[in-house]
Structures are given as C-alpha cells and as structure tokens.
Design a protein around this ligand. Structure first.
Ligand code: F6R
Length: 613
C-alpha cells in the first residue's frame, strides 16, 4: 500500500528525514518510490521503480542535499504498471510543483479528457498526474498552494490522501485527506506529515490525525488545519506512547487486528477505480477480460487453498448467478492429483493472496497442460501466479502480515464480484441497470464495512467470545452465498485459537452433524435476507430445539430475534452480504485467540505462504 511523507524545516536539510521516513514505510510494500524537494527556483523530483536503495543511488550525487522542504512516496501500483514514469511524485510540468497521492481519483478519465482538450501533455498512466495538473493550473494563477489544492479537490471524486510541495517566493507544503489516513506533527524547528504515524515517531510523538475533508498547511515549527472551504478546524493532539514493536502494528495489538481495520480501505482500493457506473460494467487493467474472451468461456474451474478457496466458492455463486456460466470449485491440492476432465474453453481461475502457493501453482500448470486458460485473482504483483496467468485481477489489499487472512479475503470477494459482473455484461446475461445497481451498492459498502470495525462491534464480539470461551467445539452454519462465509468463520477460529470449529452447509446438518448438538453448544449462524433466509431460520429452530446456543451474524432480523446472541450487520444486496458478514467472524476468532493467550499473528504450525506441498 502506498506511503506518503513530507517535511519542511527552518534551517535543516530534509532529504535524509524524507528517505528515512520512506524506509519506515517499506513494510507496507511498494514497487517504486520517489521524492520531490524545494530548491531556490523550483521543485526537483527524483523517482525510481524498485527498492529505496535504487532511489538512494540516484540521490547520491548530493544535488538535493540542502533542500529545506519536500515530500516522498512509496507506490504500490494501481493505475499503470510500476515504472519510473508512473512513480510519484508527479508534477504539472511547470517545475514549480510536485504532488504525491494515495487512493483513487474516480473521475480521472473525465478530468484527463478535459485537460487534454486544454492542451495539457501527460507523461504517466496514473490518475495522480491529473491532480498534479489541476493543482498546478490553479497555483499558477494565484500562487496560493492551499487554495489551489482546495479548488482542484472540488473537481475530484474519489478517495485520497494527497501532499503537495511548491515553490513561489517561498516553500509551501500542504496536504489533504478524504479517506486514506494522514497525520501531521511539528517540532520547534520543522513540521512533518505522513500517511502512517510510524514515520513521524522519529521526529515527534505529539501528532494530529487529519479527518476526512481536512487540509493542512505545514510551516517550519507548526501547521494550520482547515476544511475544504478554507474554514479553520481544530483536531486534538495525541501523544503516541507505543514502543517499537507496537509501532510496527500501527498501534494495534496485532497485525491481524490492524488488517481487519484496513478492510474499508482495501475494499475501496480494489473496487472503486474499476467501476464503470454509467455502463453498469467493470474495466480491468491489463488484457484478457474483453467480451470475446469471456463469451468463449464454457466453464470456470476455480482452484485455490484455504481462505482463498472460500473466496473461490463465493465466486462460484456469483459467476453462476450473475453470468450464467457453470463453475466447479476444487481444492488445488485435490485438483492437481485427480484426472480433471476439462471441457474445451474452460477458464481456470486461481485465487491466491501470496501468488506462491505450491498447490495452486501446480493446479494452474496442470490446467494449462490440459489446454485450459489459467487466469487469476492475486494480491502480489510479480508473483509466480501472476506471471503464469493469461489474465490477472490484482487485489489491492497491500501486504498481509498476520498469518490468518482477513483483508485479502475481502478483496478476493470484491474481485470475484467484479469478474462476475464483467462476465455477466459480456455475455448479455446482466443488463446495464442490473450491473449498475450492483456496482452502486458496492460503492455504498465502504461506510458499512467501517461500521463493522467500530469499537461497538468489536466489544460485542469480545463479549460473545468471553461467554463461549470454554466451549469444546463450535459449528458455523450458512447457506447459499453465506455458506463459504461460515466455512471461513470456522477456519479463522480454529487456526488462531486452536478451538475445534466445523463449518457446514446448514441444510446438511440433518444428515449427520446435528447428532453433535448438545445443550449449550455454540452454533454460529450466518444469515442475511435472500433466497435461502427462511431455510436458515428453520435450521436455527432445529439447533435450538436440541438445546444449541445460537449466535446469529447477519442482517436477517428474524434470525437475529430467534438467536440467543446476535451481531447485527448492515443490510445490503445478497450478493454483497459475505463482505459484511465475515467481519464479525474475524473479530470473534480474534477475541477467542486473545482470551486463550494464543500467538495470533503466528499461529502454531502455520506459515503465511505455503510454497511447499
Ligand atoms: C488462512 C490462510 C490460508 C491461505 C492459504 C492460501 O487464514 O491464510 O488458508 O488462504 O494458505 O494462501 P494464498 O492465498 O497465499 O494462496
């Protein structure tokens, strides 16, 4: 995930602190990096694809060593491949201004068209460069950088953290937030900004977080905060007292918890810039997802492991339901050792966070040897899965450090939905209106995901975990598109808290497993309104009749009323409900593991990336 730093000082050079700030943010993952610093007569930019060491090699000539203000960026490619040209900072070509950006300018194509008509020349494929030109044109007119940024942002739809450096008579540094985090802090000598408080800690532990709609003007020794209309705003100063270990988790007790909390952002990162709202369709970067390719597909075969397999099962419901294409799903480890009979024009869809899982790779290679076309949903650019795929949908979850997959799952499900909509539209199964309705709902999901990572939901999950901490075992039940969510809830609980948990299709209970239900046994039931909601309600009754203790997660009010305990989830379209329902299950597993004193980020016997059989 991209990182931003910035600094302006009265008399001390800022280049080293900027580079050190970028080094602190390296853990977030990146594929290119750069800095822009203010000189007497303009702004100098240096940027490089690859690691920070390569940027440092470029900076070794010492030309920028004396600068008193500047910004820096680590980029995780979204718009445009990793390259020197697409790396940030971007400028407007004037030599007086440069800008870095995290997030997405959703209407960048429209803005880019307007700018091209006005004679602007672009030098990158990024959405960010559009913003550079918009700010640059205003700055040229007024010389007031904060006003220029506000005017530019008024034209932008999207989701951003942005920092700009400009020079006209004096050095000016401003930043603004609408979505991704930004934090500022000052010493008597200088002031600093960063997208992650970790980069500020070497300078100050007194920090101020910007809120959505805030603009900050940095000056040596202080900063001013205002809103997008220019009215002053006040935000509290917080003292960061984390030690180094806590700091690497951004203040959360565990990487897993931090990653659960990143889910509103990664959902937006994976989805929003691909939505063609008017057309009710989706545009993926890279080839292989065009109408002709998708119209030819006779069957889809999903191969994946673990959590990624659960995302694949959800993909199967979506692709069959929205695109009308038959889908088979298999454990990659099973697929590779059976004799799969693939019909001509089978699209083999591999799903993997790491892109290095041995079984998934072997399944893809087998599929190719059988004449199928391997495509993938993957989080790691340049990974083997990506390199060996004919077409790729990258998830933009950023690095996932906790062994238990959380944010990667959510982005895989988002990618699956986008693929199902693209296939449905390509094959004429989904109308413009139906596509639009689904994508509109997806766009509305971010605040609902945010509401589920709130203190209130966290406390409720912790409370239920405490009530059930002595249970010998758990059932997780669901049907339809929420059946894989039940499997995922059970997997999360067993892998991090070492409690036996069984995920089941609720309708299968009566064929055997219901014999295990005894008074007090906790049964987590996932249910949201939809075609099987009433069936799940009957399953709840069956569990209750045998004395089971039902914990309902979802947005079906009747199920919540029937249950002994409930975690209500905001309502949404049935196709999108897994994206919300899974979050309380992640928190529930987390709190169980916490109560049991388990090593949450590194559960016993497990590795983050399973590169061997
Ligand atoms: C569970 C988990 C694993 C992975 C599985 C596949 O929380 O993380 O089940 O989902 O090992 O890994 P990737 O997605 O890297 O192929």
């Amino acid at each position: 995930m991209c990182g931003i730093v910035g600094a302006v000082s009265r008399s001390q050079a800022v280049l080293r602190p900027l580079v050190e700030g970028l080094r602190v943010l390296e853990y977030r993952g990146y594929d290119s990096c750069g800095v822009a610093v203010a000189e007497a007569d303009g702004v100098a930019v240096r940027r490089k694809v690859g690691r920070l060491a390569e940027l440092e090699a470029v900076l070794q000539d010492g030309a920028l060593d004396g600068a008193l203000g500047g910004i820096g960026h680590t980029r995780w490619a979204t718009h445009g491949k990793p390259s020197d040209e697409n790396a940030h900072p971007h400028s407007d070509g004037s030599g007086h201004l440069a800008l870095v950006h995290n997030g997405i300018i959703e209407n960048y194509l429209e803005l880019r068209r307007d700018l091209l008509d006005a004679g602007v020349t672009f030098t990158s494929e990024t959405d960010t460069e559009v913003l550079g030109h918009l700010v640059g044109r205003e700055f040229e007119r007024t010389g007031d950088l904060a006003a220029a940024l506000r005017a530019a942002l008024a034209r932008v739809q999207g989701y951003y953290a942005v920092a700009v450096v400009a020079v006209r008579d004096e050095v000016q540094i401003v930043c603004a937030r609408q979505g991704p985090p930004l934090v500022v802090g000052a010493t008597a000598e200088a002031s600093f900004l960063a997208s992650d408080v970790l980069a500020l800690i070497p300078h100050t532990r007194e920090v101020t977080y910007l809120e959505d709609g805030d603009v900050a003007i940095l000056r040596p020794g202080g900063f001013e905060l205002s809103d997008l209309a220019g009215n002053p705003v006040e935000r509290p100063v917080r003292t960061i007292d984390w030690d180094a270990e806590e700091a690497s988790k951004g203040g959360y007790a565990h990487h897993m918890l931090k990653e659960i909390h990143e889910q509103p952002d990664v959902l937006a990162q994976t989805a929003f810039d691909r939505l063609l709202q008017v057309e009710g369709d989706v545009a993926f970067e890279g080839g292989g997802w065009e109408n002709e390719a998708l119209q030819r597909v006779q069957r889809v075969q999903v191969v994946a492991c673990g959590t990624a397999l659960h995302a694949g099962m959800i993909a199967a419901y979506m692709i069959e339901g929205l695109a009308g294409v038959p889908v088979d799903v298999d454990f990659a480890s099973e697929f590779r050792y059976r004799d799969p009979q693939l019909v001509p024009d089978t699209m083999v869809l591999a799903i993997s966070q790491s892109g290095e899982t041995a079984d998934t790779l072997a399944a893809m290679r087998l599929a190719r040897s059988l004449g199928a076309r391997p495509v993938s949903i993957c989080n790691v650019i340049g990974s083997t899965v990506v390199r060996e795929s004919d077409a790729v949908i990258l998830t933009h979850a950023g690095p996932e450090i906790g062994v238990a997959s959380t944010k990667a799952f959510v982005t895989q499900v988002v990618a699956a939905l986008l693929l199902a909509v693209r296939m449905g539209r390509a094959r004429g199964r989904l109308s413009v209106e139906q596509g639009r309705e689904l994508l509109d709902e997806l766009r509305r999901l971010r605040p609902r995901v945010e509401s589920l990572v709130s203190d209130e939901v966290d406390a409720r999950c912790a409370e239920i975990a405490a009530q059930t901490q002595d249970a010998k075992g758990f059932f997780f039940l669901g049907r339809g598109i929420n059946f894989p969510v039940a499997l995922e809830g059970a997997l999360k609980l067993k892998e991090i808290s070492y409690v036996h948990a069984e995920g089941y299709a609720a309708g299968e209970m009566k064929h055997g497993p219901i014999a295990l239900i005894e008074p007090g046994m906790p049964v987590v039931v996932v249910n949201s309104p939809g075609r099987v909601a009433s069936k799940v309600r009957s399953n709840i009754e069956q569990v209750k009749a045998r004395g089971g203790r039902v914990i309902c997660v979802g947005s079906d009010p009747e199920s919540l009323a029937l249950a002994d305990e409930g975690v209500p989830v905001p309502a949404t379209n049935e196709w999108l409900s897994p994206l919300l329902n899974v979050i309380p299950l992640q928190l529930f597993a987390y709190h169980h593991a916490l109560l049991r004193g388990c090593d949450i980020d590194k559960p016993r016997n497990l590795a983050k990336s399973v590169t061997v059989e």
